[in-house]
Design a protein around this ligand. Structure first.
Ligand code: APR
Length: 242
């Protein structure tokens, strides 16, 4: 029987754009009216914690807005997980929960998650769906410590890197979806996958900065190009399996 391919998918803000969530760099470099260095650096958190807590509380609350729903791209990737099982590795730079809401069960959130908090003492991460601020204490340490948003800020180390590097080294197909290719290490995954012999594909509304590293690029809205590409992958291994 034809073996299923090992597929690694990397998603960025573009996959959630049609669900009503703003991307980072498509609005004059502002993320929801803020410069990234005002809300997404450890320095910003030290200088103005109230602003940073409020910003992520607002983003978390936005996810509960009934109008924000997974779109056809998230749904297609959940379908790909059903078809490939553990042979799909889904990595996202997004901190929203739209992949999970579409049905994906093994999402690697390399830049953290809005619906999670982190203890500033132990680093312990836990599910958190409500607003919190510097007065909210985590009870995991002997002396309770403040919680911080569980977001990987600029200058911090992304999560799940060992698992990601291992998956890239085994990939037959690497697909980057809706990401500008501006932020490392994610922007370099295409080269790692290529070096391991994977076919590399970019699906984006407009070419990302690193498009030259991809074998194939398909331009269009994620809600159209992702379902079409997922269908192509599933059909290919079903046909060869006959
Ligand atoms: N369909 C497909 N792609 C889209 C769509 C769409 N409907 N709308 C926008 N895009 C693409 C844009 O062309 C762009 O390449 O999404 C990309 C968004 O780029 P960024 O805003 O830079 O987002 P991303 O690449 O996810 O940013 C990476 O940077 O600020 C940090 O930590 C943050 O995770 C984030 C990281």
């Amino acid at each position: 029987m034809y073996a299923k391919p090992n597929v690694v998918v990397l998603t960025g803000a573009g996959v959630s754009a049609e669900s009503g969530l703003k991307t980072f760099r498509d609005n004059n470099g502002l993320w929801e009216q803020h410069k990234v260095e005002e809300v997404a650096t450890p320095q910003a958190f030290s200088a103005n914690p109230a602003l940073v807590y409020r910003f992520y509380n607002d983003r978390r609350a936005q996810l509960a807005d009934g109008a924000i729903k997974p779109n056809a791209a998230h749904l297609a990737l959940a379908q790909l997980e059903k078809a490939l099982g553990e042979q799909l590795t889904l990595i996202t730079q997004n901190v929203d929960n739209l992949h999970e809401r579409a049905g994906s069960t093994r999402v690697l959130h390399m830049h953290g998650e809005l619906l999670s908090s982190r203890c500033t003492g132990s680093g312990h991460r836990q599910v958190c769906t409500v607003a919190f601020d510097r007065k909210t204490r985590c009870q995991c340490c002997a002396e309770p410590r403040p919680l911080r948003p569980d977001i990987v800020w600029f200058g911090e180390t992304p999560l799940h890197m060992d698992t990601i590097i291992m998956a890239l080294s085994r990939a037959d197909i690497f697909i980057a979806i809706g990401t500008s290719g501006d932020v490392y290490p994610a922007a370099g995954f295409v080269q790692l996958a290529s070096e391991s012999g994977a076919k590399t594909v970019e699906l984006n509304l407009a070419a990302g900065t690193n498009q030259r590293y991809f074998d194939e690029a398909i331009e269009g809205p994620a809600s159209e190009v992702v379902p079409a590409y997922v269908h192509q992958i599933i059909t290919a291994f079903n046909d060869k399996g006959r």
